[in-house]
Design a protein around this ligand. Structure first.
Ligand code: AMP
Length: 213
């Protein structure tokens, strides 16, 4: 399945919940690219300035990354894509990949959220650099401000969560992802949830949808 929604809609949090419940890997192109930047691989060096400015990394770089990841055996029983595809070209690439693997069409889950709430979520978002846990200073604060509940690491804010970069990302989303929503709706695999509810309630709704599919 794949997750669609504005930045901050909760795709990462919900993808993690689905991954744990159904025991299938969660594949986040954003996290993979951030790792590549962290390790300064050739891909990371190329992607870094593009990511920091809030633009999309070229399809040629991202598609190769996804193909390699989906090709691993832990994806044989299924997987969750978070952050991919971002445009129709990537969707067509995914369709070809899934066909080659003998899989059907992916289920596309759209998490809808009110843009006002979204800004609060994004402005307050903090991430644990060690285990990837996601917090929010307003909506889901850690027990000790600034530190991860799981492992005590100092929490960080992603450079692309700055207000300027967020605005750019929202604009890019509208221009590139709306056709994607229309496409998946057109082929009948789009499912929608209200992402402004409590995270646990959104999770329950997603599980219900997945068990019906
Ligand atoms: P995310 O964590 O999904 O918000 O991704 C963070 C950044 O990584 C984005 O702003 C893009 O620069 C890049 N990125 C992640 N996924 C993709 C993708 N599928 N296509 C192009 N760029 C991507």
């Amino acid at each position: 399945m794949l997750m669609l929604g504005l930045p901050g809609a909760g795709k990462g949090t919900q993808a993690r919940a689905v991954s744990e419940e159904f025991d299938i890997p969660e594949i986040s192109t954003g996290s993979m690219l951030r790792d590549a930047v962290k390790w300064q691989t050739a891909l990371g060096v190329a992607a870094q300035p593009i990511m920091e400015s809030g633009r999309l990394v070229p399809d040629s770089l991202v598609c190769g990354l996804v193909e390699e990841r989906i090709g691993r055996t832990d994806c044989d029983r299924g997987f969750i894509l978070d952050g991919f595809p971002r445009n129709l070209e990537q969707a067509a690439f995914l369709r070809r990949l899934l066909r080659a693997k003998g899989c059907g069409m992916a289920l596309a889950l759209l998490i809808r959220v009110d843009p006002g709430l979204l800004l609060k979520r994004l402005a307050g978002r903090q991430v644990c650099p060690l285990c990837g846990s996601i917090y929010n200073v307003y909506l889901n604060p850690p027990l000790r401000a600034g530190f991860c509940d799981r492992d005590g690491s100092a929490l960080t804010q992603r450079p692309d969560d700055s207000e300027e970069a967020v605005c750019k990302r929202l604009k890019e989303f509208e221009a590139q992802t709306q056709p994607l929503i229309d496409y998946y709706r057109g082929v009948g695999v789009l499912r929608e949830v209200d992402g402004s509810a409590e995270a646990a309630e959104v999770t329950r709704e997603i599980f219900r949808i997945l068990r019906q599919s």
